[in-house]
Design a protein around this ligand. Structure first.
Ligand SMILES: C[S@@+](CC[C@H](N)C(=O)[O-])C[C@H]1O[C@@H](n2cnc3c(N)ncnc32)[C@H](O)[C@@H]1O
Length: 216
C-alpha cells in the first residue's frame, strides 16, 4: 500500500475524500489491513468480560469483521464509525438482517459526538495515522466524550518494526509503553501484538493494548 506521493489529508473534507476514495477503488483484499478474523482485537475485547448488553464502539471500522464476530458472541449494542460511507455500506450488506440493530455512523473520530457513552472503545489502525499533536488531542477529547468512566479501551497500531506508512500515509509506530503513554491516567490491563499477514503475504507488526479509563 505504500505510496509516498499521496498528500497527507489533514482537513476533515480531505480526510473523507481520501478514505472514501480508498474504499471505492479497492476490494477488501486489496487493502493491507484486511483480516477475516480480527483475532488480536477479539482477544482483548474478551478480556474486558463485558456483559452482552454493554455498548461497544469501533472507530475507523472500515470493512472490519469485528461487528460480525461480536454479534456472533451475542453482543447486542454495537456501533461502528468511519469516514467512508462506502465502507459502512459494505458492512451493512455483509451483516444482513443479523446486523439490523448495529449502528453505523459516518463521522470523524477527531470530532466524535455520538451523544452517548460506551463501555468499550475499539480502534485498530486509526490512531497511528495521527502524526500531529493537535490531532491526538482531538482524538483524546472524542474518546473522553464517548467512553464512560471505568470503560475499556482496545487500541492497536503498527509496532516499532512495522511499516512506516499505511495506505500511503505516514504513521507513528508505537511500542507498548509508548502507546500506553498516549492515554494518561488509564490503567494498563494487558498488552498484545501480532505479525499481521496482509492479503498479499507480507507481514506487519502490530502493537495492541487493553486499557481501562479511571472511574473519575
Ligand atoms: C487502516 S484502516 C483500518 C480499518 C479497520 N479498523 C480494520 O482494522 O480493518 C483505517 C480506517 O479508518 C478510517 N478512518 C481514517 N481516519 C478516520 C477518522 N479521522 N475518522 C473516522 N474514520 C477514519 C478509514 O476510512 C479506514 O476505514
Amino acid at each position: 500500500m505504500a505510496n509516498d506521493d499521496i498528500a497527507r489529508p489533514n482537513q476533515p473534507a480531505a480526510r473523507t475524500a481520501f478514505w472514501e476514495g480508498v474504499h471505492n477503488d479497492k476490494d477488501v483484499d486489496g487493502v493491507s489491513w484486511w483480516q477475516s478474523v480480527p483475532g488480536l482485537s477479539l482477544g482483548l475485547v474478551d478480556k474486558a468480560e463485558l456483559g452482552l448488553d454493554e455498548p461497544i464502539i469501533d472507530v475507523g471500522a472500515g470493512w472490519s469483521t469485528l461487528m460480525d464476530h461480536l454479534l456472533e458472541r451475542g453482543y447486542r449494542d454495537l456501533s461502528a464509525v468511519d469516514l467512508s460511507v462506502t465502507a459502512l455500506n459494505t458492512v451493512r450488506d455483509r451483516l444482513g438482517p443479523a446486523g439490523a440493530d448495529v449502528t453505523l455512523t459516518v463521522a470523524d473520530v477527531l470530532d466524535l459526538r455520538m451523544g452517548r457513552e460506551y463501555a468499550l472503545w475499539h480502534d485498530r489502525a486509526v490512531y497511528h495515522f495521527l502524526t500531529e499533536p493537535g490531532e491526538r488531542a482531538d482524538y483524546l477529547a472524542s474518546l473522553e466524550r464517548s467512553l464512560r468512566p471505568g470503560g475499556w479501551l482496545v487500541v492497536a497500531t503498527f509496532g516499532p518494526d512495522g511499516p512506516t506508512t499505511c495506505s500511503g500515509l505516514p504513521i507513528v509506530r508505537y511500542t507498548h509503553a509508548e502507546l500506553a503513554d498516549q492515554f494518561p491516567g488509564y490503567r494498563l490491563v494487558d498488552t498484545a501484538g501480532e505479525d499481521h499477514l496482509t492479503p498479499w503475504g507480507t507481514s506487519q507488526q502490530f502493537t495492541a493494548l487493553l486499557l481501562q479509563r479511571p472511574l473519575s
